[in-house]
Design a protein around this ligand. Structure first.
Ligand SMILES: O=C(O)CCC(=O)C(=O)O
Length: 365
């Protein structure tokens, strides 16, 4: 698409270079202008891929991972997955710690180069999930689990370790849904915490059910990869043939020079941010990832977490007292939903009395 030379565009400070705005450039309001300016750096195919990713929020490509490596990534985890009640292998998180092949796929140069191109920032692989079977996971966007500050410097790369078709539980996604606003627990006035995740999933299902976005499933050849952007709605389709495996690996990546946290567990305006710090390791080096706040390295000066027995004991005590976080939303009348939510949040976070006023204003909005 030709971009008309406009004197106002020439003087636009946000076109000075690619990171004058802290936003992935394919999501920038100035993406067309930036791409036009940078086009010499890319091949025609890359320009097509950049445009496709900006428009649809995903990209399928062949990273040319050798066949032996795909086989080893399965073999090296054989017998090491935990089993569900039916004796089937469950997904394994961070198999890269025990499988050199899983690690090699997560750090595969063609993948890292593609991410560098799409984000114009250094990608950092930080988590792998290895699947033997389709997940049948409900539709979600990764931004509820993994967010960065500034936003959206995160993506998933899913590699087919065998062919995937309509019957072994392919991925599904909703092209263009990445352009929706960022939703967190404040959007649907939900409680934070994994025990309340179902309400997030119900909310996303309600959005997809109005038919604004088209659901697509993907057939993939062994070795092909799909990159999805942080805010793209995606999930796992139903497994039509339960006898079939769906061997696959997803690696989650952050990008350099951000802070990293989990919105599902966070309530920033109650000063609660669930930072990902301990355990957030760069798969390439096995070392913790340096985080940055507006360009300055962050030195997390948090007190060390109490040891596991102490945390377990506190958890037991909370459960014995019937922690408010366990309150079932279904018990709350819709009319009273906002007020009740605020009340539960207050109890859950044990806030001092004066802040109650704040909850009243929140309810009256
Ligand atoms: O592999 C799948 O079926 C879904 C994976 C997924 O949703 C994720 O890793 O976020």
């Amino acid at each position: 698409m030709a971009v008309v030379a406009d004197p106002k565009v020439a003087s636009n400070p946000y076109l000075a270079n690619l990171d004058t705005l802290s936003i992935p450039w394919t999501e920038s309001p100035f993406f067309d202008q930036l791409l036009e300016r940078e086009r010499e750096r890319f091949t025609a195919k890359e320009i097509e891929q950049l445009r496709f990713f900006a428009e649809n929020g995903y990209l399928i490509f062949d990273p040319q991972v050798p066949d032996e490596l795909l086989v080893q990534a399965v073999e090296q985890l054989k017998g090491k997955h935990t089993l569900d009640s039916a004796g089937k292998e469950q997904r394994m998180q961070d198999g890269w710690k025990i499988s050199p092949a899983v690690k090699q796929i997560a750090t595969w140069p063609e993948v890292l180069n593609k991410l560098q191109m799409l984000y114009q920032r250094g990608p950092i692989p930080f988590q792998t999930l290895s699947f033997v079977y389709g997940t049948q996971q409900r539709t979600h966007s990764d931004t509820i689990h993994f967010q960065s500050y500034p936003n959206n410097f995160m993506c998933g790369v899913w590699v087919a370790l065998e062919a995937v078709d309509a019957d072994n539980g392919p991925l599904h996604y909703y092209p263009g849904s990445q352009k929706l606003p960022l939703y967190d627990t404040s959007t649907y006035r939900g409680l934070t915490g994994t025990q309340n995740y179902k309400h997030y999933e119900d909310f996303i299902e309600a959005i997809t059910s109005i038919g604004k976005f088209k659901r697509e499933t993907v057939r993939m050849k062994r070795g092909e990869a799909i990159i999805w952007s942080a805010n793209l709605f995606h999930g796992g389709e139903k497994i039509n043939d339960p006898s079939r495996t769906r061997l696959s690996q997803v690696t989650h990546y952050y990008f350099e020079k951000c802070m990293y946290y989990t919105p599902l567990m966070s309530d920033p305006f109650m000063k609660e941010i669930f930072f990902r710090r301990e355990g957030l390791l760069d798969v390439r080096t096995g070392l913790p990832i340096q985080q940055y706040h507006k360009g300055r390295p962050v030195d997390f000066a948090f007190p060390p977490r109490p040891p596991l027995p102490v945390r377990a004991w506190r958890r037991l005590m909370r459960m014995a007292k019937g922690t408010p976080a366990q309150t079932k939303i279904s018990e709350v009348q819709p009319d009273d939903m906002q007020g009740k939510m605020a009340e539960i949040m207050m109890q859950e976070h044990g806030l001092p009395a004066p802040l109650k006023d704040m909850s009243v204003r929140y309810c009256d909005e």
